[in-house]
Design a protein around this ligand. Structure first.
Ligand code: GLN
Ligand code: ZN
Length: 799
């Protein structure tokens, strides 16, 4: 019997940046929030953006007529889109959904954004990291009574708008992209009022029923394909067993793929109840010790499966069930910015034959959401470096080239292969990529380089020099970045302010921050970080081995974008990074001033990292640069140094089997950056979260003298947890949440400090806010810190 399957075109990508080359989406959305435009205007502006984007992808070589172009637009976030699609609005926002039927009802654009941003005393949906990326999604809240239906046909409208464009121009048949039902529920949290034991996955049948209706509507609109993203299949971190996930996948796709009839193989969509289904599994390997996710998907009746061949291994075959499916081979990295070695990727593609797939389509490993738009848009980057890079547009062309090469043979793309090979070679040989002195220094490291004296000895020496009271008070580093500071920096960057003028302005800011802290009576002061645009970029701009971009914006969440630096070569420190500012602050006070550095893991996590050196080796290079900075700070008389590692948990691999290795190198690099400090120098670290889970042992392993963590929202829960895990050094559980302008009362802080001092040796407890204050205003900052100091004094009196 001839195997039948529906064809996807030979080249596709899983998604494309939606923010726009000049952040058009950001500007449009923020104008709407500010009340400067109406919902209709926002809709119209973004329609232009969607049309332009789809046509641009066709110009880059994706097929216009066969669902090669992903319909991956979102006003804010794809998970929030799913909440809107289903009308799955948390109770506190239910009045936003207009008719309030039991199936839920559609949100207006305004209502949609309200879920993301909160309103009055109604907090927004919580935000958290999307798999191992720096993209943040909104966490749906699902309870037994949450309305779930097919209430929002935006995906259908956006399909039609491009397939039958009103302007009469080029039509593009897109492939609507949605979060898959299983992943949606696995990323949701139980609603606050849900009974014990309820899990969002309990609502699978309702969600799948709504998706089935959506698929019918898409088929009726003529959509040949739909893409359902199921990255939940590549992670072990979701607190659910493989068997449960497998059961959910089988149930969901039996309903969606098997029970609904698809278009016939010759493309006749007549009578089809649904589009052909592509299920994607980006960010990792479908196969792990936990189970075989590839066999699982191959066993369903979906028409295509996309696998990540950048993070995941090439699976061994044959895979039963794959013979009547298209395998979308994700060989172009959607998560990093390096130009691919096309010859090697073509070899990988050719090596997929044993899997026995019905057809192979060349794809990106993930959505291109995580990379900027276009290398050609970077006038200031070095030409050599530019030739090694591929942003989203270059990646689309790479996918198209590989598809041609796979279909028509290497000679058909000989020129592109030769260019790619030349770029790979030039990168390997370029000065700065491998710096022998950096490599030699790293190679000569010994275990002694990550060891400090025993903690008891350090604590005594530090107390002798610092003479701190019990429950010492401090802050996490940054003080409010006022619009004045930002305007001054922008003027300096544009060249309108001389270096001397800029330095003077920042020094004045530091002086007033120090004066404020003295007046408040804090014990360990900071300089306030006014000179830092960003805690990673500031270091990247000064270290050798990094480059920074002009337009390399990547969506972080909603309208918020970041420009990750590019770590392209061996890292070293040509000159001190922070010493002048810190020493200046110290010269203004008799109190100890804490020097502030960003740790190696965080610098890596928030940069595009090189793919030609193991991460751990790169981390060691960054650590050595920081180690020299610590020495220079000490020499300048700074007795307290904080090395921030807010991203320590974020980089934790999705698969448990990779944790030990990650924790080994991440902890080692932190220790390498700090262990050069003398016994009397107090090393602090700061982590931005309180749910440590897998990394609790690592926090102890960092061997910092003081660790500050988020704790206010969880009422200091972390303190007994750390104590139970054997942590016995200084701990600064944040006593108030800096993410809101709310000022904590003295009683509130007293309460939390007492609570902390009860669950661990009070001599270890520090008092500080949850995180840096840069997003706050001075009014609430001053009042909050005043209450913090007052409360600390009250508790001290009871000790
Ligand atoms: N020192 C940094 C600050 O205070 C830490 C920021 C962070 O943890 N993300 O802003
Ligand atoms: Zn923080």
């Amino acid at each position: 019997m001839a195997v039948k399957f529906t064809h996807l075109p030979q080249a596709t990508i899983l998604g494309y940046p939606r923010i726009g080359r000049r952040r058009e989406l950001k500007r449009a959305v923020e104008a709407f929030w500010a009340g400067r435009t109406t919902a209709d205007e926002l809709e119209a502006t973004t329609r232009d953006l969607r049309l332009a984007t789809a046509r641009h992808l066709v110009d880059l070589g994706l097929d216009a007529g066969s669902a090669a172009v992903p319909g991956s637009f979102s006003y804010y976030d794809q998970v929030l889109d799913t909440v809107a699609l289903l009308g799955a609005v948390p109770e506190r926002f239910r009045d936003l959904a207009s008719t309030g039927s039991t199936n839920g009802s559609a949100l207006s654009l305004e209502g949609y954004f309200t879920l993301a941003r909160g309103e009055g005393d109604k907090p927004p949906l919580e935000m958290t990291k999307w798999f191992d990326t720096n993209y943040h999604y909104l966490v749906p809240e699902i309870g037994p009574d949450t309305p779930i239906g097919f209430v929002d046909d935006r995906a259908v409208r956006e399909f039609t708008e491009l397939a039958q464009p009103a302007d009469g121009g080029q039509a593009v048949v897109t492939r609507p992209v949605l979060v898959g039902p299983v992943t949606f529920l696995l990323l949701s949290k139980a609603a606050d009022n849900a009974p014990d034991g309820f899990r969002p996955l309990d609502r699978l049948d309702d969600v799948v029923a709504a998706y089935a209706e959506l698929l019918r509507a898409l088929a009726a609109a003529g959509a040949p394909w739909v893409q359902l993203d199921e990255p939940a299949l590549v992670t072990d971190l979701l607190d659910v067993s493989f068997d449960e996930v497998a059961d959910a996948v089988r149930r969901a796709y039996a309903r969606l793929a098997t029970d609904l009839s698809a278009a016939s193989v010759d493309g006749d969509a007549g009578g089809a109840e649904r589009p052909a289904i592509l299920v994607t599994a980006p960010y990792g390997d479908l196969r792990s010790e936990a189970g075989d996710g590839l066999a699982l998907l191959a066993g369903t009746d979906v028409e295509a499966i996309a696998i990540d061949l950048v993070k995941g291994a090439v699976p061994e075959g044959p895979v039963p069930g794959l013979e009547n499916k298209t395998l979308v081979a994700g060989v172009i990295d959607g998560h990093n910015i390096w130009r691919a070695d096309l010859d090697a990727r073509l070899t990988t593609l050719e090596g997929l034959a044993p899997l026995g797939a019905g057809a192979v389509t060349v794809g990106s490993s993930t959505s291109l959401l995580h990379v900027p738009h276009d290398v050609a848009d970077e006038p200031r980057l070095d030409a050599g470096l530019k030739s090694w890079l591929a942003f989203a547009d270059q990646k689309v062309r790479e996918v198209v080239t590989l598809a041609t090469g796979l279909a028509d043979g290497r000679p058909a793309v000989a020129e592109q292969l030769a260019e790619s090979t030349a770029a790979v070679r030039s990168r390997a040989e370029a000065p700065g990529v491998v710096v022998p002195s950096v490599r030699d220094r790293a190679a000569a490291l010994t275990p002694a380089d990550v060891e400090r004296a025993p903690y008891a000895e350090r604590a005594a020496a530090q107390q002798a020099t610092l003479g701190l009271p019990p429950l010492p008070t401090t802050t996490i580093g940054s003080f409010p970045q006022t619009s004045e500071i930002r305007t001054t920096r922008a003027a300096w960057v544009r060249g309108e302010l001389s270096d001397a003028e800029y330095t003077a302005a920042m020094r004045a800011e530091i002086a007033s921050t120090v004066a404020l802290q003295e007046e408040l009576g804090l014990d360990v002061l900071v300089h306030g970080e006014p000179e830092r645009n960003d805690m990673v970029q500031y270091f990247a701009e000064q270290l050798d081995g990094f480059a920074t971009t002009v337009h390399g914006w990547v969506q972080s969440y909603g309208s918020r974008c970041v420009r990750p630096p590019i770590l392209w070569g061996d890292v070293s420190r040509p000159a001190p990074l922070t010493v002048d500012w810190t020493a200046y602050a110290a010269s203004l006070t008799d109190k100890p001033v804490k020097g502030m550095l960003t740790g190696p893991v965080t610098i890596l996590a928030w940069s595009f990292v090189r793919d030609d050196l193991p991460l751990g080796d790169t981390a060691d290079q960054v650590a050595l640069a920081l180690r020299d900075e610590v020495t220079d700070l000490e020499q300048a008389g700074i007795g307290v140094v904080q090395v921030d590692e807010p991203a320590l948990r974020e980089l934790l691999p999705l698969r448990r089997s990779a944790h030990a290795d990650y924790l080994e190198w991440s902890v080692r690099s932190f220790r390498l950056s700090t262990a050069g400090a003398g016994t009397a120098t107090q090393v602090h670290t700061h982590l931005c979260y309180s749910e440590f889970g897998q990394v609790i042992g690592a926090i102890d392993g960092l061997d910092a003298d003081v660790t500050s963590v988020e704790a206010a929202r969880s009422r200091m829960e972390i303190v007994p947890e750390l104590a139970d895990a054997g942590y016995g050094r200084g701990i600064g559980p944040g006593v108030y949440d800096i993410h809101s302008p709310r000022v904590p009362s003295v009683e509130e802080v007293t309460d939390l400090v007492s609570l902390a001092a009860k669950s661990i040796d009070p001599r270890l407890v520090w008092v500080n806010p949850d995180c840096g204050l840069k997003t706050r205003g001075y009014a609430e900052t001053t009042e909050s810190l005043r209450n913090l100091v007052t409360a600390t004094r009250e508790v001290r009196a009871t000790l």
